[in-house]
Design a protein. Structure first.
Length: 559
């Protein structure tokens, strides 16, 4: 906060104090009621005085103490003394510690150069302001304020001289640092290749946590070396690469720990279930737990999905779900041993296997279709407000898109099954609905993005409307049609219902074609702007459109 602000605050309290001093100590109401206001007056004056003192004392502390946001006088005095002594130390060739100590002092001066140069003017003004309000500062502060600017300039000159004196020694050290950087860069590249070959990427890895811990210790040593290099490079002003390979290893190590946690969690549960007596098996609870495992796996970073350990774990969970669905059939409470024996199933072993297999597959299909009905009955578009027009714009979530893709793959797999005949109509119907939803969502968001991009240009820009009257009229019609479609979409937010409306896809295709025409004409117009203002050739098309579309909002353009 600028010191002038404090001055105005203090003045306001001082003026208020003077005004309140003139307030009468006794007031007569209705010619008969005498009220003594002295206690109130004294209390009010005391409060006003206290607030004025708060601001005055803050200014005093701001100058005297180091517990504020700017550099204090005493702290600056100490810094100048310590630094002047530090850079005066003798540095002989080969004395690395002494060189580092001096370079550290030079770095401290460099880091605070600009803010210290800008310190003394405001600090002197603050002290003058304090004096105007009869607030006393120690005499040492006044003396330091007179000395500090000259001492600071002297220190900067000394630093320049020391840099020149240390240039030969520094050059030797800089050359050494560059060689260490090259060696470390080669080292990290070699380690990255070795890291990717470790067995903990594979499901058959034994003692994965022990191996992860060993690699973690090795990575910590490499990170410590990288940190030392970074400090040396920063100290001697040497450009340092990012060491992305080390960071990639650290990121993947964290992901490996996550996936192996899931491996042990799943295996622990499955091994426990395997020991459960047949009569005590709670298939539904196991099924719910396996679905939770599958959901947790899908939530992991997608980069893991190509790893052998992830693929095996995902396959194991899916196989367990399939096995549990078959167990539900056999575990029916109405089935008795006599029922099974009377069927003479041993004479029809192959046929029974085929029938059971078909029944299990059909039950799985039926369950999948029911799950689709439940899932898509609940899935709805979310919406945001368009910043300029305020109309609602729909948006999807990553989870919704993943669900759509997974369900389409499920339906495609069902259609390739030899047992799909009974559910062919239902599966085909669902496939058509989800395909339509997928197509509509893709073209909808393309149209919505283009409309959002062009709306403020063709409607909000008078220059565009004057220069491109035909396309502005075309966009007016597009705008009306799009808002009409958007109103219907928001009124029916259910994804499946809103995207499967008859004729919607064709309407969106037509809007997309019209928007393409507007974009093309706008591109030609932008070329004329570039010819008129050649500096626009150095601006991308997207940025130029942003500048034109926000021509009335300079602050937004500046961002």
């Amino acid at each position: 906060m600028h010191f002038l602000h404090y001055s105005s605050k203090i003045d306001s309290y001082e003026n208020l104090y003077s005004e309140m001093e003139g307030m009468a100590s006794r007031v007569v109401f209705d010619y008969w009621c005498l009220l003594d206001t002295s206690p109130f007056k004294h209390s009010l004056l005391s409060t006003i005085k206290q607030w004025a003192e708060v601001f005055k004392q803050y200014l005093v502390n701001k100058v005297r103490d180091s517990t504020n946001y700017t550099i204090s006088v005493t702290e600056m005095d100490e810094f100048l003394s310590v630094t002047a002594k530090g850079i005066s130390a003798e540095v002989s060739e080969g004395d690395y510690d002494a060189l580092v100590a001096v370079m550290a002092h030079l770095g401290h001066v460099r880091d605070r150069l600009h803010r210290t140069d800008a310190l003394f003017g405001p600090l002197a003004a603050t002290i003058a302001l304090i004096s105007n309000y009869n607030q006393d500062l120690p005499e040492t502060i006044h003396l330091l304020l007179q000395e500090l600017p000259e001492r600071w300039e002297t220190l900067k000159k000394q630093c320049d001289l020391v840099r020149q004196q240390l240039a030969p020694v520094k050059a030797i050290e800089v050359d050494g640092i560059k060689k260490r950087i090259v060696r470390f860069d080669s080292q990290q590249l070699a380690y990255r290749q070795k890291f990717r070959s470790y067995s903990f990427f594979r499901y058959e890895c034994d003692l994965p946590y022990w191996r992860l811990e060993r690699v973690n210790a090795r990575l910590q040593r490499l990170e410590a070396d990288a940190k030392k290099l970074h400090l040396s490079a920063q100290l001697f002003e040497v450009q340092l690469p990012d060491f992305k390979m080390i960071k990639a290893c650290r990121r993947e190590l964290k992901m490996l720990k996550q996936v192996w946690d899931h491996v042990f969690s799943v295996n622990s549960s499955v091994n426990h279930w395997k020991k459960t007596p047949w009569r005590d098996i709670d298939v539904e609870a196991m099924d719910i737990e396996c679905k939770k495992f599958a959901k947790d796996l899908r939530a992991l970073d997608k980069e893991m999905r190509s790893w052998d350990v992830y693929m095996h774990l995902d396959s194991a969970v899916k196989n367990m779900l399939t096995s549990l669905r078959a167990t539900i059939v056999v575990n029916s409470p109405e089935t008795t041993l006599a029922d099974l024996l009377n069927l003479q199933l041993h004479a029809y072993e192959d046929e029974v296997k085929n029938i059971v297999d078909k029944a299990v597959k059909e039950m799985s299909m039926e369950k999948t279709i029911k799950e689709l009905e439940v899932t898509w009955a609940a899935l709805e578009f979310e919406s945001d407000r368009h910043p300029r027009t305020g109309i609602a714009l729909v948006r999807t979530t990553e989870e919704m898109i993943e669900t759509l893709e997974e369900n389409q793959v499920q339906l495609q797999n069902l259609l390739t099954s030899k047992y799909v005949e009974h559910f062919l109509e239902a599966v085909s119907g669902w496939q058509k609905k989800l395909l339509t939803s997928d197509q509509v969502i893709n073209i909808w968001f393309e149209v919505q993005r283009t409309w959002s991009h062009l709306e403020s240009i063709f409607i909000g820009s008078d220059d565009i409307r004057e220069q491109l009257p035909e396309d502005s009229a075309r966009f007016d019609q597009i705008d009306a049609d799009f808002k009409s479609l958007m109103t219907e979409m928001v009124a029916r937010p259910n994804v499946l219902e809103s995207t499967n409306r008859p004729g919607l896809f064709k309407s969106l295709e037509q809007l997309q074609k019209q928007l393409t025409v507007c974009e093309k004409t706008l591109a030609e117009y932008l070329e004329t702007k570039r010819l008129a203002f050649p500096r626009f050739y150095f601006v991308s098309t997207a940025d130029l459109l942003d500048i034109l579309s926000n021509g009335n909002l300079p602050l937004k353009v500046a961002r």
